[in-house]
Each structure stands twice: as structure tokens, then as C-alpha cells.
Write a protein that binds this ligand. Structure first.
Ligand SMILES: [Zn+2]
Length: 384
């Protein structure tokens, strides 16, 4: 790819607006210089691309399930357990369609300006399909294992190829042994924690909706040991200081803010997925104030309101409108906090020299406020 110079009315990244007008000099997928157009000047034989609007780096979707993109968006069910049984389970059983569904998820992610995706893959095939795509995915192969299923989950973990990471699904579907094996495996770990009140009830007492769910699936096993504590405490104890991503955290206690802040847990907040299931008052702002890395995720397409794309841009727009969120903070959550949580080089999603995960343009947009209050879709200027 040759060198080219980008002139844009505005250039912005996690630091906010960097220059207006701004310029970026690129050599293939590498940013060579960034600044005001007069700082970079005109270079002989280097073509100029003019952007009438804003230029930003790629966004990072830190939690998604690309293989659940096949059936589009669906209405919520009366309970989380019924949603798992009636919506998710049948999709996961359509083994012949997995690659096609992941490819749809890839296309929707690119349509949303997210080239970096933390993908929870229901199978190695799903992980491989994402890896073979134009995305830069961090693929976590999902594991479920409790009671008699522990041994087989640990065997599956040990058979995951080096290029893929591990996702023990949640503390209500994986035992302490499975979580411990994942943390000891040397792989990056992503899980779902404190997503729902039934999860808290099940973890503490082995009863409630999720207990009924396991019984209904004939998956209940008397050998399962209850955790007898809050899921956040359970997982932090097993992680024992190792870094990992925890999606959701819809239900935490005051004391968890400090505990998580002192740990290496990164939180992935999925605002639209939380709203879809009726979880309110997420404490994401307090988490950031407590020094916790809070990235943004979409979760699966099933629970979104944008069938045309899978993007944390829409999570930012929700938080901007609903929670009066600071635009710069949102840009951090949608870019560098995501790469940090996923253990990637943050400069992939900044307008600084070095390799870039891609650049986006937003036509007619001149400020972060207008980016977040408009419905303007991103277009790729550079998608390496
Ligand atoms: Zn999820």
C-alpha cells in the first residue's frame, strides 16, 4: 500500500480532538505523522485524500459472540434462563451454519467500525472463522463444565490451539476447577460475571431460576459444590491477581469497587445488552473512578437494536444520551481501554505513529458531541 496523506476537517481519538483541521500521513498500515496540515506540509508524489468530517481510529468491541449473529435481533424472553434455552441453545446446535454466522458477525463488526473484537467463540471452528477474516480478533473459546463435565471441559481447554484464548462461560456453568485450570493455562481469560440476580442466587445457594434451568436441561449434578459467595469474590479469589476480562458486572456491592480496582480484572460493560435484560443502574462511572479499566462490548447481535451493525459506537451513543457520559471518556472506553483489556497494543487504536488497526471517517461530523448525538455511520478510510 503506497504512502498517502489524509486531510480531515477534524481528527480525534481517545484524547479528544487532536487537530481541526488535521492531517495524517500513512505508509501502508503505518501512521508516519499526525498533526495540523501545515505541520506535515505537502509531499511530492504523495496523494491527498480529503475527508469532509471527522477521522478516528478503529473502535474495539471487547465482548461479542460473533457466532450468534445468524438470526438477527430477537425480542427478550420472560426470564434469562428461558432466553438461553429458547434462543441461544438452538443456534449453537446448528453446527453447519457456524461459519456463515461468524462471517455475518464479521461483516456487521466492520460495518460498525470495529476491527478489533474480543470474541467469545462457541467452538474452535467459530474462532478459526473469525481469525481467517479481516478482523483482528482475540478469540476466546467458550468452556462449560461442572459436576461430571469438569474433566471434559479441562481436556477441551488443553486442546485449544495456542492462537486462541479461553472463556470459562460463567460461575453458574463452570466449576471452581475449570476456572482454576483456565487461569493456570497461560491463556488470556474472559468470562461473564454478576450478570443477573438469578446468578447471584444460584452462586450463593444453588437455587432459583438458574437451578431450575440446569435441572430442565438434565444438566444438574449433585456433585456441584456451591460457591457460597458473591460471583465477583469467587472469581477474584481464583484469579489470584492474574489479568482477565469480566463481562457485565451488573450487580456488585460497594466493597467490590475497591477490590476490583486492586485486582487485574478488566470490566466489559455492554450497555445495550444490560438494558435488554432489564438491568439498570450499572456502576460503570464509579468503576472508572476506582481505577478499574472499563471497556465497551456489544454482547451478541441477538440483544441489540441495530441489525445492520455490531458496534460499540452505538454503546457510546446510548451512554452519551442516557447517562450524560463524557465524550472523551467514552472514546477511551471504545478504544484504548478495549485494547488494554484484551492485552493488545493500545497504539493500534490511537492517532499516533506506528501500526494502525484502521481509520474511520464520519462525514459532516465536526465534534465528539455531534458524533455521539448523530446517527452517522462510520466508513473505512483505511482498513489494512
Ligand atoms: Zn456474552
Amino acid at each position: 500500500m503506497p504512502r498517502f496523506l489524509l486531510h480531515s476537517e477534524v481528527i480525534a481519538d481517545y484524547r479528544g480532538i487532536i487537530a481541526s483541521p488535521g492531517a495524517v500521513l500513512l505508509d501502508g498500515d503505518t501512521i508516519v505523522a499526525v498533526g495540523a496540515p501545515e505541520e506535515i506540509g505537502h509531499l511530492e508524489d504523495v496523494p491527498i485524500t480529503q475527508i469532509n468530517g471527522m477521522t478516528t481510529p478503529s473502535f474495539v468491541n471487547a465482548h461479542s459472540h460473533l457466532d450468534l449473529s445468524g438470526v438477527g435481533t430477537v425480542p427478550c424472553k420472560d426470564s434469562f434462563a428461558n432466553w438461553l434455552i429458547e434462543i441461544v441453545r438452538p443456534i449453537r446446535q446448528e453446527r453447519d451454519s457456524i461459519s456463515k454466522y461468524v462471517q455475518k458477525g464479521v461483516a456487521l463488526s466492520l460495518a460498525g467500525g470495529c476491527r478489533i473484537v474480543g470474541d467469545i467463540a462457541g467452538s474452535q471452528l467459530a474462532a478459526q472463522t473469525a481469525r481467517d477474516s479481516e478482523l483482528l480478533p482475540v478469540s476466546f473459546v467458550e468452556l462449560i463444565g461442572f459436576g461430571k463435565g469438569v474433566e471434559s471441559a479441562i481436556s477441551t481447554l488443553h486442546a485449544i490451539p495456542d492462537q486462541f484464548e479461553a472463556s470459562p462461560h460463567a460461575p453458574y456453568t463452570c466449576s471452581q476447577e475449570v476456572f482454576a485450570a483456565c487461569f493456570d493455562s497461560g491463556k488470556k481469560v474472559a468470562t461473564h460475571v454478576a450478570e443477573s440476580l438469578p446468578e447471584l442466587e444460584f452462586i450463593a445457594h444453588h437455587r432459583g431460576e438458574l437451578y431450575d434451568y440446569l435441572v430442565k436441561l438434565d444438566a444438574w449434578d449433585e456433585q456441584m459444590r456451591p460457591w457460597e459467595c458473591h460471583p465477583v469474590d469467587a472469581i477474584l479469589q481464583i484469579a489470584n491477581g492474574k489479568p482477565f476480562l469480566a463481562a457485565h458486572l451488573n450487580y456488585i456491592e460497594d466493597r467490590h469497587l475497591e477490590l476490583i480496582g486492586q485486582s487485574n480484572m478488566s470490566v466489559v460493560y455492554c450497555p445495550r445488552a444490560s438494558a435488554y435484560f432489564g438491568h439498570a443502574n450499572h456502576r460503570w462511572k464509579e468503576m472508572i473512578d476506582a481505577g478499574i479499566t472499563v471497556a465497551l462490548g456489544t454482547d451478541s447481535l441477538l440483544c441489540l437494536d441495530t441489525p445492520e451493525r455490531l458496534s460499540v459506537l452505538d454503546e457510546m451513543r446510548l451512554l452519551y444520551a442516557r447517562d450524560a457520559a463524557n465524550p472523551n471518556e467514552l472514546m477511551k472506553m471504545a478504544t484504548v481501554y478495549g485494547t488494554k483489556a484484551l492485552g493488545l497494543d493500545c497504539s493500534l487504536v490511537t492517532l499516533s505513529t506506528g501500526k494502525t488497526a484502521g481509520l474511520l471517517s464520519f462525514e459532516g461530523i465536526a465534534s465528539l458531541d455531534s458524533l455521539l448525538s448523530s446517527e452517522t455511520a462510520p466508513k473505512w478510510i483505511l482498513q489494512p
